[in-house]
Design a protein around this ligand. Structure first.
Ligand SMILES: *[C@@H]1O[C@H](CO)[C@@H](O)[C@H](O)[C@H]1NC(C)=O
Ligand SMILES: *[C@@H]1O[C@H](CO)[C@@H](O)[C@H](O)[C@H]1NC(C)=O
Length: 288
């Protein structure tokens, strides 16, 4: 029995080395295509995932793991050409009534017209915290990295490493619930929303352009706490330095970059919509 014990050990070593080198996750390992009847595909040995949408159906996938805090990156290349009416949603969500959710949604447009990046944060089933942005590049020409930093103090949405939105935990100050106790799965879907997505529903999906396809690669959740049966584990290497993301905040450079995006690319901010909130803006808006 001595010999067989040595072999698995070596095999294990080789596997773990490979995982470290290839730090990007493998879609077979990390995700399940959950709907769309073959319209969602894992390709290229698990390095690429594509979702498609046609008149009959969209498609979607979800993570095998649940996460309770994390710094999660995904690269997306959005539906090119005339994508009006389509929505590519990429989000984290817990389950059940009183769920928490962190959303990126990409609203398609006519060729050459800008996508809208729509974001929202739900805590305990309550959302209504939309912020929308144009992007400073064409998100259909190549892959770009969309990241969520979620730790007990804040949620930061970033695009190619540039923060676009920060939602702080202000619970101790104003009682606004912050997502901090419900584990979330990662979900993505491509679907038809031409009743509202493009210019408020004025521009409809052109089914002659179908199938519409969005692509995903380089998923990275190396810095995340995976929650299995309620016990989160924040990776094998849980030294304080490697878990710095758990208390990460925006440094002064990143605060300036956030301001730059908000000034130049933000097109809607619920905290700026006093008509919508005649009783007064939500309390977290005063903290920004
Ligand atoms: C689509 O393009 C129009 C015209 O430039 C713009 O007003 C709109 O915000 C763009 N995006 C969406 C999703 O409607
Ligand atoms: C904020 O509100 C002002 C006044 O209504 C408006 O002109 C501006 O476009 C709004 N900005 C955002 C990002 O919503």
């Amino acid at each position: 029995m001595a010999f067989p014990r040595v072999v698995p050990f070596l095999v294990l070593l080789t596997i773990s080395t490979t995982v470290v080198v290839a730090s990007a996750g493998n879609f077979y390992q990390d995700f399940d295509v959950t709907w769309g009847d073959g319209r969602g595909k894992i390709l290229d040995n698990g390095n690429l995932l594509t979702l498609s949408l046609d008149k009959a159906s969209g498609s979607g996938f979800q993570s095998k793991n649940e996460y309770l805090f994390g710094k999660i990156d995904m690269q997306l290349k959005l539906v090119p050409g005339n994508s009006a009416g389509t929505v590519t949603a990429y989000y984290l969500s817990s389950k059940g009534a009183g769920w928490d959710e962190i959303d990126f949604e990409f609203l398609g447009n006519l060729s050459g017209d800008p996508y809208i990046l729509h974001t929202n944060v739900f805590s305990q089933g309550k959302g209504n915290r939309e912020q929308q942005f144009y992007l400073w590049f064409d998100p259909t020409a190549d892959f770009h990295t969309y990241s969520i930093l979620w730790n007990p103090q804040r949620i930061v949405f970033s695009v190619d490493g540039t923060p676009i939105r920060e939602f702080k935990n202000t619970e101790a100050i104003n009682g606004v619930p912050f997502p901090k106790s419900q584990a979330m799965r990662i979900y993505s879907s491509l679907w038809n929303a031409d009743d509202w997505a493009t210019r408020g529903g004025l521009v409809k999906t052109d089914w002659n352009q179908a199938p519409f396809t969005a692509s995903y690669r380089n998923f990275n959740a190396n810095n995340a706490c995976v929650s299995s049966s309620g016990t989160p584990s924040c990776g094998s290497n849980s030294t304080p330095a490697s878990n710095a993301w758990l208390s990460e905040e925006l440094d002064s450079t990143n605060q300036l970059r956030l301001k730059w995006v908000q000034k130049n690319y933000m097109i809607y901010n619920y905290c700026n919509d006093s008509q919508r909130f005649p009783q007064g803006l939500p309390p977290e808006c005063k903290m920004a």
